[in-house]
Design a protein around this ligand. Sequence first.
Ligand code: 4AD
Ligand code: MG
Length: 479
Amino acid sequence: MYIEFEKELETVKNVDQMTRSTVKELLSGEKVNSEVLLKGWVRTRRGNKNVAFIAVNDGTVIHNIQVVADAEKFPEEVLRDVTTGSSISVRGQLVESMGKGQSVEIQASELEVLGTSDPEDYPLQKKGHSFEFLREIAHLRFRTNTFGAVFRIRHALSFAIHNYFNEKGFFYLHTPIITASDAEGAGAMFRVTTLDLDNIPRDDRKKIEFGQDFFGRSTNLTVSGQLEGELGALALSSIYTFGPTFRAENSNTPRHVAEFWMIEPEMAFYDIHDNMDLAEDFLKYLVRYAMEHCADDLEFLNKMVDKELLERLRFIVSNDFVRMGYTEAVEILEKSGKKFEFPVKWGSDLQAEHERYLVEEEFKKPVILTDYPEEIKSFYMKQNEDGKTVRAMDVLFPKIGEIIGGSQREEDYDKLVQRMRSMDVPEEELWWYLDTRRFGTVEHSGFGLGFERLLMFVTGMSNIRDVIPFPRTPKNAEF
Ligand code: 4AD
Ligand code: MG
């Protein structure tokens, strides 16, 4: 009795509130020849006075589904509002399509405009806007094919990152966003404070009294989760972080943003070679994952944004990365005869132009450079026997330059302290970091992958502002 009643209720519900099917589900064809309910945004409307062909997209896939609406079934007042950008709800029969370019379409029996979009005002009325213009309407650019593809890929790769590490037994560690330390020693940090900026408390010597600030000390947004990540790895063996990081550098380049997402694995009992093996395997896994799971979006980007994209992705997964010392790389650059904007010499930091020369012209493969001069690298990197270089590793990619920066860490307490002193890194503030070298220290390594740089590579987008929903760059935080 009771079960019967429930069943009946279910049928009533089905008729009354049919479940919405996504465009992705509909295009899979599984529901062909049945009644379906679609909701989405109108991309275009074509047709004549007898019939309207409406292309609808709901962001679940790059493709639109075509809705066929006979003019005699729908009053002019309804069809009039079906304009580009409007949102609609359509009920109808999913049928195999006669038209070319689509497998199925919906023969509409009911159509409701959920939200109108005035064609005079809607900024995406026309196609073919520049990426620069779309950045100014970042709140709407999700509705374009390109940005739909980019942000679906961004999701897929986030998921793949967790998948990769989870399968390898790494633990996801949440390191703080507000910190008191400056992990990279770069000095370019955003301050976090609740002090009244119009009335900053100062002592007799005019120094700001951070004792009165929220945390009782000076704090900032993190530039890296590494130092805290090391603490986790030196107990849990292998961890990774995946979170936002902040750098207040005034770099207006296509590869820098002030807020970016970084993935930082950290592994106890790994030396620099294990670290390189992991980085190469990880990057190849992610590229392969995108090729397998985002094929439609990548095909679109290959056609519309970067004609060599798929070829480049295939190339990465099927070739070994070149591994080479910094010193040898500098020799190659010096001998290249190429005119660089910044001259190269041993001891200077490599610029993107140098990195790209090695990758794109010399080797035509990704390159992992190791053993950089200690002067240009952070205090925590393991010192080499030569007394000049450290066990750093940077992974350089075509079109991008540096995609990963990492190193084996200095596990020797005395050497680490001596290096901190020579670099003016305050020991007393990092007593907790040093403690791990006092109690059961072990060989360990890690690296940081810039998530947006990875996305630039995988999507073929040439500006980092176009792979993060709301880019933070100097003088720009509108949305
Ligand atoms: O080389 P970086 O500064 O290394 C670190 O932060 C280390 N603590 C990582 C580690 O060993 N755990 O940054 C790592 C990566 C770079 O290779 C680059 O891909 C990216 O982060 N990155 C940026 N991406 C976008 N905008 C910026 N301003 C970036 N700065 C670094
Ligand atoms: Mg770096």
